[in-house]
Design a binder for this molecule. Structure first.
Ligand code: PEP
Ligand code: MG
Length: 562
């Protein structure tokens, strides 16, 4: 069977299917024993419920979009039932008072509510019995996705969707590839897959029903093809894919230090895990341009302490050698939230207490991390990236907290360089003022595009609106690059656009010289940089910036750059 989806992370893989689904879910859930303290179980339940609510809301929006309002209302109502504090209270009391696991607590509450609903004389209340069963199944499915079942290097994970924390856990187990029903291109799960170099195809409707556990799967994630249990008539395609797998495994392209006409450029690596930093040596990269440290906190039961953080940073420093090392302070919030995290769930997480705002409130998270970075900085130069800077007020406040965390005497300077991540439009607009207070800036174009265009980067329905080629985005990008150049401070582009080799010429024309990209983007961006002639590209900057519509920018790109 040949299935067609969309490529999230290129590459090819073959293996057996590992389907993340539960079969006899209710009885299986009842048998699950608590794996830690009640607090840990409560954390697991809250995360799974949050995830289920966001799935339900997404399905509801999709159905509405397709004009199926009545169906959409059912999923909307499920989300409401799950948000209901009574349901949560019942689950919590099973966990606290009876020492139940989250799975068993949910299954018990579902069974109790079912009995109550069925016993009602009112038909519309009886109908709720089926709803509650459906909701319980969904929450348990979300919980089971973060169970400790092991996937292996020869396995291709098949799931409805994956949270970043689930992906990290599976990547650590060494999975060969991923197939999901949904995933947005700019989501952190997608970014992680590119970083880990795990081939990933999405957009396969009903994948968890179509692909059975243990099926043979050949994944061509470059073109989005998924070949399941190849039949005789599909042998030619199978051979073609197997040859492709063998060829691409050997592909490495060392990064250049200059473009074809001798303009100095830097190609750096975005990482989320120390393992990924090995690519620095493999591709002769200039270093790690963005270490998304928040992912170190995902695949574990508690917050990281100073020692654990130090060990992780040391390991990256070892791989980077004499190259640059940019460590980002943990950027928690929205969907980046560890299962045990006692951090606020905002009404609108993308606009809530996230990134630097959370760190300002949480010395217990900030201090061990900063002290660990300071220890690395005693041995080699380090730049600390501050995520989600919005205003100068926030920048000055976090600087004060960093000074406190390092126990500096008055007048003593920080042991590391400081860079602001420019991801919030307000920060981009105030770049001339902000830049005075930092040593460098890093443009997080994924979030900058999201906030500038009011288009959720995690929502597949918004994908066409999350468009970094809109003139508004390009002009703001250019403004930040120009301001940093004028101040003589390094500016690095580290959003996903930096990894799109078909746009390397455009970015060079706009003045970008430092690119920080995921591992799977390195070979093509390295090649594009090596072949680029900046003198020829630069005159097109004015033309690009003069465009009024996204489609006009695309026309210029097609005519002049490709
Ligand atoms: C960005 O927003 O572009 C960025 C680099 O940060 P992250 O993708 O981790 O949010
Ligand atoms: Mg960001």
């Amino acid at each position: 069977m040949l299935l067609h989806g969309k490529s999230i992370s290129p590459g090819v893989a073959h293996g057996t299917a590992y389907v993340l689904d539960v079969g006899e879910w209710l009885s299986a859930a009842l048998a699950v024993k608590a794996s830690g303290s009640a607090e840990r179980e409560l954390g697991r339940f809250d995360l799974a419920a949050m995830r289920a609510i966001s799935q339900l809301e997404r399905v509801s929006r999709q159905l509405k979009h397709q004009g199926r309002g009545d169906d959409a209302d059912i999923f909307g109502a499920h989300a409401l039932m799950l948000s209901n504090t009574d349901f949560r209270q019942r689950v919590l009391s099973r966990i606290r008072d009876h020492g139940a696991s989250s799975e068993a607590a949910v299954a018990t509450v579902v069974a109790e509510l079912q009995d109550t609903f069925k016993a009602s004389p009112q038909p519309f209340i009886q109908d709720k019995a089926a709803d509650i069963l459906d909701i319980g199944r969904r929450v348990i499915l979300c919980l089971s996705n973060e169970n400790d079942r092991e996937a292996h290097s020869s396995q291709i994970v098949v799931a409805p969707s994956l949270m970043p924390s689930e992906f990290v856990r599976l990547a650590h187990q060494g999975i060969a590839g991923v197939v999901t029903e949904s995933c947005s291109m700019k989501s952190h799960t997608a970014i992680l897959a590119r970083g880990f170099g795990v081939p990933f195809v999405t957009g396969i409707a009903d994948a968890v029903s179509l692909i059975t556990n243990g099926a043979t799967v050949l994944l061509d994630a470059t073109t989005g093809r998924v070949l399941v249990n190849p039949r005789d008539s599909e042998r030619r395609l199978e051979n073609e894919l197997r040859q492709h797998i063998a060829k691409t495994a050997a592909l490495t392209e060392p990064a250049p230090a200059t473009t074809a006409d001798g303009v100095p450029v830097k190609l750096l690596l975005n990482i989320s895990d120390p393992l990924e930093s090995r690519a620095v040596g493999q591709f002769s990269l200039a270093g790690v341009g963005l270490f998304r440290t928040e992912f170190l906190y995902m695949d574990r039961p508690t917050w990281l302490n100073e020692e654990d953080s130090f060990a992780a940073y040391q390991s990256v420093a070892g791989s980077v050698g004499t190259g640059e090392l940019h460590i980002r302070l943990a950027d928690f919030g929205a969907e980046k939230c560890p299962a045990y995290a006692d951090i606020p769930v905002n009404k609108n997480p993308s606009l809530g207490i996230r990134g630097v705002r959370l760190l300002l409130d949480r010395e217990d998270i900030l201090r061990p991390q900063v002290r660990a970075i300071a220890r690395v900085a005693q041995q080699r130069p380090v730049t600390v990236l501050i995520p989600m800077i919005d205003t100068l007020d926030t920048l000055q406040a976090i600087r004060g907290k960093l000074v406190d965390a390092c126990d500096l005497a008055p007048g003593e300077s920080l042991p590391f360089k400081l860079a602001a991540m420019i991801e919030v439009p307000a920060a981009a607009m105030m770049i001339d003022e902000l830049i005075e207070y930092v040593d460098a800036v890093s443009i997080g174009l994924n979030d900058l595009t999201q906030y500038l265009l009011a288009a959720d980067r995690d929502d597949e329905l918004c994908e066409r609106y999350h468009d970094a080629l809109q003139p508004a985005v390009l002009r703001l990008l250019h403004q930040v690059v120009t301001a940093a150049d004028a101040a003589g401070k390094p500016v690095t582009l580290c959003g996903e656009l930096a990894g799109d080799a078909s746009l390397t010429g455009v970015l060079l024309a706009l003045g970008v010289r430092r690119f920080s990209v995921s591992r799977s983007h390195v070979p093509l961006v390295a090649k594009a940089l090596r072949q680029a002639d900046v003198a020829q590209l630069t005159p097109f900057a004015a033309e690009l910036l003069a465009q009024r519509r996204g489609q006009d920018v695309r026309a210029v790109v097609a005519n002049r750059f490709q």
